[in-house]
Design a protein around this ligand. Structure first.
Ligand code: ADP
Length: 164
């Protein structure tokens, strides 16, 4: 049984993330989507909100587990008894950072393998930040995120006025 962990901020989950999860469960027996609690970042959604949105967006995929973690990913992997990390790659710009992360994780724990999945072309431009930027200006994000996320974004930015 291969248990893989898909870590990230997921602030919020997008169709790009969901595509990686859906393809991931075809390869691995179980995929844990692990929301990183990073006190240095200023997220739009709380960890609980992000987990709830992932839960709603993945409720049709039984092999998915959702969790959160802080600290070193390798320590979390050990705790979960998992040795495969899934990462999505959008562009060359993702590659350099991800290579660095995969290398340090392998140094910290040689048993851990990072598995890279190329983005689906139609989502190669998609990031949580771009989605937030569009939603903040009341643009349409229905092709970019699941309906529950779209609804949550509309609520978050309801009182936000665009000024030019
Ligand atoms: P971001 O805020 O840039 O969307 P996250 O930290 O939430 O990033 O991303 C978690 C993981 O999902 C990372 O491995 C990232 O490369 C991957 N990912 C994010 N968006 C996409 C996408 N559109 N296609 C493929 N992988 C993606």
């Amino acid at each position: 049984m291969i248990h893989a962990v898909y870590p990230g901020s997921f602030d919020p989950i997008t169709y790009g993330h969901l595509d990686i999860i859906q393809r991931g469960v075809k390869i691995f027996d179980k995929v844990t989507v692990a929301v990183l609690i990073n006190p240095n970042k200023n997220p739009l959604f709380t960890v609980e909100e992000r987990i709830e949105l992932i839960r709603q967006a993945t409720k049709h995929i039984p092999q998915v587990e959702i969790d959160s973690f802080s600290g070193l990913l390798v320590d979390y992997m050990k705790k979960k008894n998992a040795n495969t990390i899934i990462k999505g790659l959008r562009a060359v710009s993702d590659f350099e950072y991800e290579l660095q992360m995969a290398s340090i994780n392998r140094k910290l724990d040689p048993n851990i393998e990072t598995f890279f999945m190329m983005t689906n072309n139609k989502y190669s431009f998609l990031s949580s930040s771009i989605v937030k930027e569009v939603a903040r200006h009341h643009g349409c994000v229905s092709d970019l995120v699941p309906p529950c996320v779209e609804e949550a974004l509309i609520k978050k930015y309801a009182g936000y006025k665009v000024t030019f």
